[in-house]
Design a protein around this ligand. Structure first.
Ligand code: HEC
Length: 108
């Protein structure tokens, strides 16, 4: 009976630990390169595998990281307009754009 109680207790501990608010997020964002890898993977849907576009959408690997970051910021700040990119870029801070640019530069 007491063994069963202990089992229940440790199971409850595991559950409450994993449900701690922010715990998963803290582990996830602790490695920022993983985070920007995930964000950059989304770009490949339109900009092609590893940023090499097979179609009309510009390739990302033709741009230097500085230029890529500048164009993302321009979409975000409204200096450049595009139905898709203007909306998408609004989700990124300067630091996140810089990380994205570094990640994408590594695809070359
Ligand atoms: C749903 C499709 C789509 C997704 C997803 C997407 N883009 Fe774009 N992107 C476009 C289109 C379309 C253009 C061309 C805009 C134009 O010419 O005005 C563009 C243009 C750009 C440009 C300017 C390229 C140039 O040569 O001027 C950059 C930089 C860029 N995207 C970065 C990104 C990054 C970084 C991501 C991922 C976070 C991303 N895009 C995700 C569709 C997309």
């Amino acid at each position: 009976m007491s063994e069963l109680k202990n089992r229940f207790r440790s199971a409850a501990l595991v559950v409450s630990f994993t449900l701690l608010p922010g715990f998963g997020g803290a582990v996830y964002s602790a490695d920022s390169s993983t985070h920007s890898d995930v964000a950059a993977a989304g770009c490949t849907i339109c900009h092609g595998p590893k940023g090499h576009s097979p179609g009309a959408i510009p390739s990302l690997t033709d741009l230097s990281p500085e230029e890529l970051a500048k164009r993302m910021a321009a979409f975000r700040d409204g200096t450049a307009q595009n139905t898709i990119m203007s909306r998408l870029a609004k989700g990124f801070t300067d630091a996140e754009i810089a990380q994205l640019a570094t990640t994408i530069a590594g695809w070359n």
